[in-house]
Design a protein around this ligand. Structure first.
Ligand code: DLL
Length: 440
């Protein structure tokens, strides 16, 4: 039998909910919200306590705006009830557990019934399809497998779409490169900074990242900018799309971006009701287009229904485009708990990324260190020069960066332009902020 390399285009229909109108989605949301609130109230003691204390009852949910009457859920609630206190089903109905380590405090533990896993895979598959991944493609999954939702979440999504999954997990960068060269995947799933790490390592090994088989990257788990998208698309000659999610709400696949519009991730609003609240006054729910903190309520989750969960992610809601019934989220500019307050000026790492990548000679590899030598906070930006940038030019680029940060952010900082390869690389979420203020 002769083998043919011709690829057959497999059918790839959309889920019916993906094409619902805004009105249809909102009416579905209302009934699902009523059910979820009653379900959580009946099954999770913490929700009952909170609602009773706030004087609200699930029957108060009459129209969508009534959601604002219900109390928020915080990461702290999951920690207080560690490990399984917020689960709404008996343990034998929990098909899987994940946990997020977080940087401080106890892990938060999340659970899924078989139905939850099925919905998660379905939404993940929607995201991959929207990003241009096709059934029959080979997909290299470099999100970390294990308690982190990235690896297994993206894996199930790729399987559901009908791709051939390569479950590489994160790390072992040399091996990642070998697998990419030998298995010739069409798409890669990983964090944006890890794709950068892989690209750098390829270049150092004399391999041109533009010549790999990769066509698409679906990137998430950490904030990234349009400038970083451009950097990665040029570096690999690929399309790079966003995928968003968080373990407390589900995992990767809460929202995903279209490769045709590249204008932010569509939230699957048949399963989640998003809200934006004022980051400084949580009692104010903001309208579409206004920047604030993203809050999610699950509409179908069984093991861990989550009501008005404060993500601390800062963004805004925009009308749907590629999937008109589902709203998009703008880029996440940062997390409220990642915000550096420097002598009264608010600063996010993504602002530095945006500014640095517009300056020739500077790479996307940087770290921010905050110290307080006297009574004043000081910010130092350590950033690698690009390989082709000489030390003289690097000095000028550093001065330019300081000047641009002063103009756009409003604070002065010390810049240290360092040699390529001298800063730590990530194989997952990259830590950019080193706050030494309380460590001195
Ligand atoms: O990071 C889930 C995930 C895995 C998403 C793989 C996408 C791809 P957690 O570890 O619980 O879950 O971290 C959730 O990561 O609240 C955001 O602050 C950040 N985050 C996730 N996706 C994005 C994104 C996973 N596309 C936290 N853009 C969230 C910006 C993101 N930040």
């Amino acid at each position: 039998m002769t083998q043919t390399s011709t690829r057959i285009e497999l059918p790839n229909p959309l889920d019916p909910e993906e094409t619902m109108s805004r009105d249809e989605i909102e009416s579905l949301q209302l009934t699902r919200l009523q059910d979820t609130l009653a379900y959580a109230y009946d099954r999770v003691p913490l929700y009952k306590e909170k609602y009773d204390a706030a004087g609200v009852h699930p029957s108060d949910m009459v129209e969508l705006a009534d959601l604002a009457k219900f109390p928020f859920t915080e990461k702290e609630d999951l920690r207080k009830t560690y490990p399984f206190g917020m689960f709404a089903v008996p343990q034998h109905e929990v098909a899987r557990i994940h946990a997020s380590s977080g940087t401080t405090g106890r892990a938060t533990v999340v659970g899924y019934t078989q139905q939850d896993l099925d919905d998660w895979a379905k939404m993940g598959a929607r995201c991959l399809r929207l990003a241009g991944v096709k059934p029959g493609w080979k997909v290299h999954n470099a999100y970390g497998y294990g308690l982190f939702t990235g690896g297994l979440g993206a894996h199930a999504a790729a399987e559901r779409l009908g791709t051939t999954v390569i479950p590489m997990s994160g790390g072992q960068t040399e091996k990642q490169i070998t697998m990419i060269q030998d298995f010739e995947p069409d798409a890669i799933l990983c964090t944006p900074t890890y794709l950068l790490t892989i690209g750098d390592a390829m270049q150092r090994a004399g391999i041109d990242p533009r010549k790999t088989s990769l066509k698409t990257a679906v990137l998430g788990a950490e904030p990234w900018t349009e400038e970083m998208r451009h950097e990665l698309e040029v570096m690999f000659n690929i399309d790079a799309c966003d995928i968003y999610g968080l373990s407390e709400v589900m995992g990767p696949g809460v929202a995903g971006e279209s490769n045709e519009t590249k204008d932010g991730s569509h939230i699957w609003e048949d399963h989640f009701r998003p809200e934006i609240i004022d980051a400084f006054d949580e009692t104010k729910v903001l309208g579409d287009g206004q920047h604030g903190e993203l809050v999610f309520t699950s509409l179908t989750k069984q093991a861990l229904p989550i009501i008005r969960y404060r993500t601390h992610d800062l963004t805004r809601l925009l009308p749907g485009t590629a999937r008109p019934g589902h709203r998009r989220m703008g880029r996440i500019t940062g997390r409220s708990d990642d915000m550096i307050i420097l002598r009264g000026v608010n600063l996010f790492p993504s602002q530095i990324e945006e500014i640095a990548l517009r300056i020739a000679g500077l790479s996307p590899h940087f770290q921010l260190e905050i110290t307080r030598p006297g009574r004043m906070d000081q910010l130092a930006v350590r950033i690698e020069r690009r390989e082709d940038c000489t030390s003289d030019r690097a000095e000028a680029a550093g001065k330019e960066l300081a000047a641009q940060i002063k103009i756009h952010v409003g604070s002065s900082c010390a810049i240290d332009v360092v040699d390529p390869g001298s800063l730590a690389r990530s194989s997952g979420k990259l830590r950019r902020i080193y706050d030494m203020r309380n460590k001195e």
